[in-house]
Write a protein that binds this ligand. Structure first.
Ligand code: DAH
Length: 348
């Protein structure tokens, strides 16, 4: 009899150690099966009465350990359901405040570039792209730069290879994309080429060694300077406001003839003169001109049948004028206080 009881106690201890349940009712029936009136442990306590006096001490201790282990285990199981209940509750508690997500905003240079591109896209211009690491031919040679032009100098251009014939370099302007487009696209063509450009310049409030440009090119039969003026006027009014005036000043670029620089009336002082326009009432926004016949011919376009105009502008410059930022370096420092000023819903 005592032998059976010893085995029974061992077996129950083993079973209790392996018990698991997450269900309140199930735990209660486990409790009853062990400690209830007809429970296994209760029965053992009844049998204890028949144990001989010399073994009472040993079995008394064993039974008490068994009973306490069972009570402790049941408490543990109950506590676990309480814990998982609070967890589920916190996951589904709809009254909890939502986590605040701080959304980034688009960079002002990217907003300005997109605005420029969108304006020209409305008039049927297609976006064209070219490589940032270019060769001398596409950046200078095909654009009619004389061999000794200062822009080809090491002081302006970052060279990537020192090949003498056609060195690789970081493009100094997006006009190189014109050449790539003329080589590969059918005529007539209207393209707009946004991109990054690189110049070996000291960084200051007005200059940076990396900046962005947008180049435009239109080639067709009978394209005239009047078409160029009209395109720029429409662009300027869309970009800077309806009453913006423009003026063309004669200039020189190797790839256009005639060439001009375009000013817009200062949108801050409305032409009266302020410190942004340095008292002149005008702000320079781009270079432009009629594509030089040499440039058309270099890309195998018959300059007797076709003519075209081109223009190029700095995106940071347009952004500075549009938002009256007087130091170009703000655009490259990623100071959140500055970037958050542009946290608006500009469309893509
Ligand atoms: N590539 C010129 C620059 O970087 C800008 C420019 C001027 C582009 C006149 C043109 C143009 O297409 O016709 O300064």
């Amino acid at each position: 009899m005592v032998f059976v009881m010893r085995e029974k106690i061992e077996e129950l201890l083993q079973q209790i150690a392996n018990l698991s349940s997450n269900n309140e009712k199930e735990i209660e029936s486990i409790r009853l099966s062990l400690l209830g009136k007809k429970g296994e442990i209760t029965k053992l306590f009844e049998e204890f009465r028949t144990v001989s006096p010399e073994l009472k001490k040993e079995f008394g201790q064993k039974l008490n350990i068994l009973k306490n282990t069972a009570i402790q285990k049941i408490e543990e199981l109950k506590a676990n359901i309480n814990k998982s209940a609070t967890n589920t509750k916190s996951q589904t508690d709809t009254s909890m405040p939502a986590d605040t997500l701080s959304l980034g905003s688009r960079h002002p240079v990217s907003i300005a570039r997109q605005e420029i591109v969108n304006i020209f896209r409305k008039f049927g211009y297609e976006v064209a792209e070219g490589p940032e690491i270019e060769d001398d031919y596409h950046v200078f040679e095909a654009l009619n730069f004389p061999a000794n032009h200062p822009a080809r100098d090491m002081q302006d251009t970052f060279f990537v290879s020192n090949n003498i014939i056609n060195p690789l370099l970081l493009r100094t302007h997006t006009s190189s994309v014109q050449v790539r487009a003329m080589e590969s696209m059918p005529l007539p063509m209207r393209i707009i080429c946004p991109g990054r450009v690189f110049r070996n310049e000291a960084i200051s409030a007005r200059a940076h060694c990396i900046f962005h440009q947008v180049e435009g090119l239109y080639i067709d039969k009978n394209v005239s300077f009047a078409d160029l003026k009209q395109a720029i006027l429409v662009f300027a009014r869309e970009m800077f406001g309806e009453d913006t005036q423009i003026r063309f000043r004669p200039s020189y670029f190797p790839f256009t003839e005639p060439s001009a620089e375009v000013d817009v009336s200062c949108n801050i002082c409305k032409g009266k003169g302020c410190n942004i326009c340095k008292g002149t009432g005008w702000l320079e926004i781009m270079g432009c001109g009629m594509v030089d016949p040499n440039v058309l011919e270099a890309s195998n376009i018959d300059s007797k049948t076709y003519s075209g105009f081109a223009f190029g502008m700095g995106v940071e410059r347009i952004a500075m004028l549009k938002w009256q930022v007087n130091d170009l370096r703000h655009y490259f420092e990623n100071d959140l206080r500055f970037l958050k000023e542009f946290n608006t819903n500009h469309s893509v």
